[in-house]
Design a protein. Sequence first.
Length: 160
Amino acid sequence: MPREKGTKTITLNRKARHDYTIEDTYEAGIALAGTEVKSLRAGTVNLKDSYCIVKEGELFLVGAHISPYEKGNIFNKDPMRTRKLLMHKKEINKLQMLVQRDGYALVPLSLYFKDARVKLELAVAKGKKLYDKRDAAARSDAAREMDRALKSGRRKVRDE
């Protein structure tokens, strides 16, 4: 049987893009149990309140919820357990130096399959203030209004 090729998105952390300004993104592998992978294929995962930490030279994902696999019975793991992320030592050290700077955090952005392996896209991000969130919302609303105006203008021209 041929192996899967390409990428398939499992889940996105939309709240991360709303709450943080993304500085840089990285790709990491993730160490999972077999029933967790089957649960991911069903799409039962939540990255909403999760974050990454560097502890003793290793990278971990904290707070991600992978629901137990229905048919996994005794092989299911704790859905909220801390999971190890797989990256090169140099990259982990670089991330640790970046996070030690004021106000930066490691935030998971998405979880996806890449050639039958589970990958996590994580970002070095800086938290947004409330006024930054309001400004971003106002800009997206203005862009949406402009698009609507342009679309309605095109219809009027076509009708004439």
